[in-house]
Design a protein around this ligand. Structure first.
Ligand code: FUL
Length: 478
């Protein structure tokens, strides 16, 4: 039996998924022996002695993230080479045998503490694929090893917001075959850090399917349950060039959640997207890429397409051999943070008058979308799939962005909408057409000057909701 549209409309996020979505933008740090060998993937034979940052300052990393507008940070505690950035009790292959802080250091501790100091959430990346650990391939023994390491990370460093399981594996056809006990890993995480999302190879957050910052026109958070059960391991051969891997969208195609797609599904789940990409071509630092740092405008474009496209944005910053974020990256990230706060500082629609063609009851009138509150929302009467909402800004303003947010606590419903502006000379003129909204949709268009605007929801599931509509002028100097 196929799922009804009403059933699709009420698939909703868990509390941990909602809290994660509200972070919107957070950083990734790739740092390990690869930083010192100038490689992207270590082979596990690297000697701990080579890990020798001379000016490492985790506070600098976190300050840079904070200035960029990020709300959290995920650290590669162990990448595919198996080297651990904390002194794990279960291996010698760690910072304990490096010259950094004479083997007394614990980078997971330093980063997690710096995050807390600056109000950022902390997350851990622990690569399942391990090219150093001898038990890898002896499935049960390695699963024990992996769980022990997970437990160290989950119990020793305070609250964790995300456990990021990378699906990459380059063992190839004749390589070792490890059967990961995912359910056991998930149980351990739920037990120790119930609020943490499990990302990518996990049930809570879906990898967008590429590493190049591509986004979908319509990113649905409600998708067939089969998306979560897809084969988790992405084979990326060592010879495959990163750019080729990056542009290979495999999780899957452009349309994951339209009516046609869900009509075929047996079960639907809330499985929202995260877009991960790097500020440089590589995930790790290479001096040769110092001239290829994405500039503030490119980063802002990525930010608006991802956060404003119903996704979270995970941006990687690779510290250099000193153990610092390079000056070029710092400059670009400061520029990004400055743009995010300047563009979205002053909401021209705050307290604007709103007329909605339909609303559910007096609790959910149109005025809820401009009241500046996160706990009120407009909702159409049940079964109403189309609606018109008119905003009167009180005065004519110039603006070039409209930001729509659905009340996703109730689900994701809007499928299509248009935006019109009114002028005495020309009447209503359409300036934008959009598809899905979800958590946040940033509409960008050429500057308009007007007092009244209209949002027409032309397609929606069961009954649309909107938590807020805000209007901005990114060119303003205020
Ligand atoms: C990929 C890995 O192979 C890269 O090294 C990097 O960690 C990226 C985030 O995920 O699968």
């Amino acid at each position: 039996m196929s799922i009804s549209i009403k059933e699709a409309a009420v698939v909703a996020p868990s509390a941990r998924q909602l809290a994660w979505q509200q972070l919107e933008f957070y950083g990734f740090i790739h740092f390990t022996v690869n930083t010192f060998t100038d490689r992207e993937w270590g082979d596990g034979t690297e000697l701990p002695e080579i890990f020798h940052p001379t000016q490492l300052d985790a506070s600098q990393w976190v300050q840079v993230c904070h200035a960029a507008g990020m709300k959290g940070l995920i650290l590669t505690c162990k990448h595919h080479d198996g080297f651990c950035l904390w002194p794990s009790q279960y291996t010698d292959h760690s910072v304990r045998n490096s010259p950094w802080q004479q083997g007394q250091g614990d980078l997971v501790r330093e980063v997690s503490e710096a995050c807390r100091e600056y109000g950022l959430q902390f997350g851990v990346y622990l690569s399942p694929w391990d090219r150093h650990e001898r038990s890898y391939g002896d499935s049960e023994a390695y699963n024990d090893y992996f769980v022990h390491q997970l437990e160290e990370l989950l119990t020793g460093y305070g609250d964790i917001f995300s456990v990021w399981f990378d699906g990459a594996c380059g063992e190839g056809l004749n390589g070792k075959r490890q059967v990961y006990d995912w359910d056991r890993y998930y149980d351990v995480i739920r037990r120790h850090q119930p609020q943490a999302v499990i990302s990518v190879c996990g049930p809570d957050v879906r990898w967008c399917g590429n590493e190049a910052g591509h986004t979908r026109t319509s990113e649905w958070s409600v998708v067939p349950a089969s998306m979560r059960d897809n084969e988790k391991i992405q084979e990326k051969s060592q010879t495959e060039d990163d750019a080729a891997f990056a542009s290979r969208i495999n999780s899957d195609e452009d349309d994951l959640g339209s009516r046609q797609v869900i009509a075929e599904a047996e079960e639907l789940i809330w499985y929202p997207a995260e877009v991960n990409t790097s500020i440089r071509p590589g995930w790790f630092y290479h001096a040769t890429e110092d001239g290829q740092v994405k500039d503030a405008d490119t980063l802002m474009e990525l930010y608006e397409r991802t956060v404003g496209g119903n996704s979270c944005f995970l941006l990687n910053l690779p510290p250099d051999r000193r153990g610092l974020i390079h000056e070029h990256d710092v400059q670009a990230l400061r520029g990004l943070g400055e743009r995010i706060s300047r563009y979205y500082e002053h909401d021209l629609a705050l307290h604007a008058q709103v007329q909605a063609s339909t609303f559910d009851d007096s609790q959910h009138e149109g005025s809820c979308i401009t009241d500046g509150r996160g706990d009120t929302w407009w909702q159409a009467a049940e079964g109403t799939e189309q609606a018109t909402i008119e905003l009167d800004l009180g005065d004519a303003f110039t603006f070039d962005r409209i930001v729509l947010m659905e009340h996703i606590v109730a689900g994701q419903r809007i499928e299509q909408f248009t935006v019109d502006v009114f002028s005495e000379e020309e009447g209503w003129q359409q300036i934008h057409t959009g598809t899905v909204v979800g958590y946040k949709c940033i509409c960008r268009f050429a500057p308009q000057h007007c007092r009244q605007l209209r949002i027409t929801i032309t397609g929606s599931r069961w009954c649309p909701t909107l938590q807020s509509v805000s209007v901005y002028d990114t060119k303003s100097q205020v």
